[in-house]
Design a protein around this ligand. Structure first.
Ligand code: ADP
Ligand code: MG
Length: 253
């Protein structure tokens, strides 16, 4: 598979009046086109910081981010933040085209892509509603469509399902990951849910507590009876991946 991104020895610290907080230490990995990568690690370890660096919102204090063409500008990145809110004073439709509007990309092509996404994600009939009239799962889908509207090559999702109750999360994460998979996009998803990471992702990167460095980088291969996440959770290998990642997260080296 073609490589689309490489992080080399990334370091990052926050500086405040109270001193320096080291967040990331020597993070290196490669991302291949079409790959789904899960990022797990203790709360506050640096997961969101890592996504912000990849998105280019903050610059690493040391290290390189490489793409095959050399510059990160050639890779279109869609970033759905941990608390990515919809604006209540705009309709669902006006919310999902916001990114296009801000980037002066309200072309016929892009708008018909948005219409298709609204249909695929079951939101077409709700496009004129206010965000507060949607269920939690639907809001999440709307926020995701806003990100996908810009047609990113790499999708960065920061705990996208964490506000949903358990059963909704299972359903929403199942259909969303299938839709993204079908679109051929590459995805990195931060989650605190180990089961979610194993069932959605091809690879799980486990970070240590702060300053985060990579504890392990585990390829996931499950024997599936069909393409649902429930079947992933029932796969014979599932429990041993879970135990391995759980132990990696709780035992410091
Ligand atoms: P995670 O997403 O893994 O929970 P973050 O990447 O958000 O962790 O944060 C990593 C560490 O950096 C935390 O200890 C947090 O308190 C600190 N931090 C995050 N953002 C800032 C900031 N803007 N200024 C100072 N410290 C920050
Ligand atoms: Mg976070």
């Amino acid at each position: 598979m073609e490589q689309i991104l490489e992080l080399q020895n990334i370091h990052y610290s926050y500086h405040s009046l109270y001193g320096e907080i080291k967040a990331l230490e020597n993070i290196s990995f490669q991302v291949k086109k079409g790959e789904f990568i899960g990022i797990v690690g203790p709360s506050g370890c640096g997961k969101s910081t890592l996504l912000s660096i990849i998105a280019g919102l903050i610059e690493p204090e040391a290290g390189e981010i490489l793409t095959p063409a050399g510059s990160r500008d050639t890779l279109r990145i869609g970033y759905m933040l941990q608390h990515d809110h919809l604006f209540e004073w705009r309709s669902v439709y006006k919310n999902v085209i916001l990114g296009l509007e801000l980037n002066h990309l309200l072309t016929e092509d892009k708008l018909s892509h948005v219409d298709q996404l609204l249909k695929d994600y079951g939101l077409w009939d709700f496009k004129d509603k206010k965000p507060s009239e949607l269920s939690g799962g639907m809001k999440q889908r709307a926020a995701l469509i806003r990100t996908l509207a810009l047609d990113p090559d790499l999708l960065l999702l920061d705990e996208p399902f964490s506000a949903l109750d358990y059963q909704t999360r299972l359903m929403v994460s199942d259909d969303i990951s299938r839709l993204i998979r079908a679109s051929g996009k590459t995805m990195m998803i931060v989650t605190h849910d180990i089961s979610e990471a194993i069932s959605i992702c091809d690879r799980v990167i486990v970070l240590t507590k702060r300053p985060a460095h990579i504890k392990c980088d585990i390829p996931v291969q499950l024997t599936l009876s069909d393409d649902t996440l429930l079947s992933a959770r029932k796969a014979p290998e599932f429990q041993s991946y879970f135990n391995r990642i759980w132990e990696d997260m709780i035992y410091e080296e």
